[in-house]
Design a protein around this ligand. Structure first.
Ligand SMILES: [Zn+2]
Length: 153
């Protein structure tokens, strides 16, 4: 399992403190497994974070039911964003690890309303290594899944 560094003790990070009501946040929704609140740094109006209620540093620490709950909440919030702010586009972004551009080490998913020429960019340096290489990658991942190590921990 990949090792990522969580810079706060579990239960003491900023999102855990929001979940306990110890820090102010503009809450949109909360339920048993998730909470949704406005990102303090609004890239566009209606920019929401969906976080797990329990401290999980990243995707690798999510329980399967938490992953499902996050996506369930995200879809509901996305519908609300669409009806309220009418963005022509919406981007989901979820980062894991410092090298993956994660900055708060408590699992969260960005729901980012998008507009034409809104200044948001994604560097996406595509490479096309060819089918033999792709088949090799796929075989490695399939073997990993078959070994049982692709199962949630
Ligand atoms: Zn936390």
């Amino acid at each position: 399992m990949p090792q990522f560094v969580d810079h706060s003790p579990p239960g003491e990070c900023v999102f855990c403190r929001i979940a306990r009501g110890e820090l102010p946040a503009a809450l949109v929704h909360q339920d048993e497994l998730t909470l949704a609140f406005m990102d303090i740094g609004q890239v566009n109006p209606g920019h929401v974070l969906v976080a797990t209620r329990r401290h999980a540093a990243n995707l690798f620490e999510l329980a399967p039911e938490e992953g499902a709950a996050v996506m369930h909440t995200a879809q509901r919030i996305a519908q609300a964003i669409a009806h309220t702010f009418h963005p022509p586009g919406l981007t989901l972004l979820q980062a894991n690890g410092k090298e993956g551009d994660q900055t708060v080490f408590h699992f969260h998913l960005h729901l980012l309303p998008r507009h034409a020429n809104d200044g948001v960019g994604l560097l996406w340096p595509r490479k096309e290594p060819g089918m033999p290489t792709l088949l090799g990658y796929a075989q490695q991942l399939s073997a990993q899944l078959a070994s049982g190590q692709g199962a949630p921990t």
